[in-house]
Design a protein around this ligand. Structure first.
Ligand code: 5GP
Ligand code: MN
Length: 337
């Protein structure tokens, strides 16, 4: 597979190729996405699995759906992580680098022998599937799933369009990020035309449990402004969760609060698990979150990336500080502040 750009004949061919593999596979299709699934991961899985089931395919969708997204699910639609692969299965790996086995959730992909299709928009994807659509210019993986659904020639329904719209909304900050392309609006218009429930999605996504606010109060107590306010950082650990009766899931959207700090070019949310530390990174203004994440052994996109460092916080933090200093220096050279 070669690199694909949105709208090119190569892109169109890749979409057709993936659709033909899915249509031509007689056995069960296992649809997977990345660990710690977000709206784009769940939206991709629901959109594709609903389309394939409408075509009479046997589809298995193992996923650990975060509570704030469960409002989308129909009874029995999602199953538990697979302990073994069903006979004659094909994998559809969505919104995650197919080469990054540990990040693919739902089963141990490193032990899978059969055909794999991969639909993803991560710049770090090394394109190793049997068939794939990998386009880093697409702001959401669900955009590419929408093209695959078209190519499957399955009738559009509201329950296919709605989760695909969800992925577009969550990966584009409700169509406010610079990653939004003109064709993103075209796809959104198409999904809306097929009945995607925009207001219903937004109303359900905006609600937070009380624990979310109680934990936020503590997390904001750890707030640091570094490098003259260019970097904003906050930290959360198990003890804070316990005091607020909160879960790790409540933490997910805090990064967007940090990201809003005036004058900041990098926001870091630190999840301190004790033996390891997960950094969620968001950047703007010429700074690359991806460069910092890659320096720490992680990956992602230029404006949004992450890494897990298997060290206690003090050690991981000093690695982070070094990576940030290095990236700010690089960004200062290439982009005048
Ligand atoms: P988040 O900070 O929300 O977990 O992740 C932001 C982005 O970075 C997402 O696109 C996610 O897939 C990617 N990402 C987060 N952690 C890792 C990691 O450890 N490795 C890679 N390759 N990507 C990551
Ligand atoms: Mn995505």
């Amino acid at each position: 597979m070669t690199a694909l750009n949105s709208g090119t004949p190569d892109y169109h061919q890749a979409v057709q190729h993936v659709a033909r593999h899915l249509l031509g596979h007689p056995g069960p299709i296992v649809v997977l996405a990345h660990e710690n699934p977000d709206g784009d991961a769940l939206g991709s899985v629901l959109g594709l699995s609903r389309a394939l089931r409408a075509l009479g395919k046997t589809v298995i969708t193992p996923m650990d759906v975060p509570r704030y997204l469960t409002f989308l699910l129909r009874p029995g639609e999602i199953s538990d992580r697979l302990q073994e692969w069903p006979a004659d299965a094909m994998l559809a790996v969505l919104d995650v680098d197919n080469n990054d086995f540990p990040r693919v959730a739902g089963g141990d992909v490193s032990t899978f022998q059969g055909p794999v299709v991969n639909v993803d928009h991560h710049g770090t994807n090394t394109r190793q599937a049997t068939a794939g659509v990998v386009d880093p210019t697409k702001p959401a993986a669900t955009m590419m799933i929408a093209d695959v659904v078209d190519a499957l020639d399955v009738p559009w329904t509201e329950d296919i369009a709605t989760p695909l719209m969800l992925g577009m909304m969550t990966d584009t900050g409700n169509f406010t990020f610079d990653s939004v392309t003109p064709d993103a609006f075209m796809t959104a218009a198409k999904l809306r035309g097929h009945g995607a429930r925009l207001g219903w999605l937004m109303d359900n996504l905006r609600q937070h449990p009380h624990a979310y606010y109680l934990l936020l109060r503590e997390v904001l107590g750890t707030l640091e402004f570094l490098h003259g306010g260019q970097v904003v950082l906050a930290r959360v650990d198990e003890n804070m969760l316990e005091r607020a009766d909160a879960t790790w899931e409540d933490v997910e959207s805090y990064i967007s609060i940090l990201r809003s700090a005036e004058g900041s070019r990098l926001a870091v949310m630190v999840k301190d698990y004790g033996d390891r530390v997960k950094f969620s990174l968001r950047s703007r203004g010429g700074v690359s979150a991806q460069n910092i994440a890659v320096a720490l052994g992680g990956g992602g996109h230029v404006p949004a990336a992450g890494a897990t460092v298997t060290e206690p916080y003090a050690v991981a933090r000093s690695l982070l500080d070094q990576a940030i200093a290095h990236e700010l220096e690089r960004a200062a050279i290439t982009v005048p502040a």
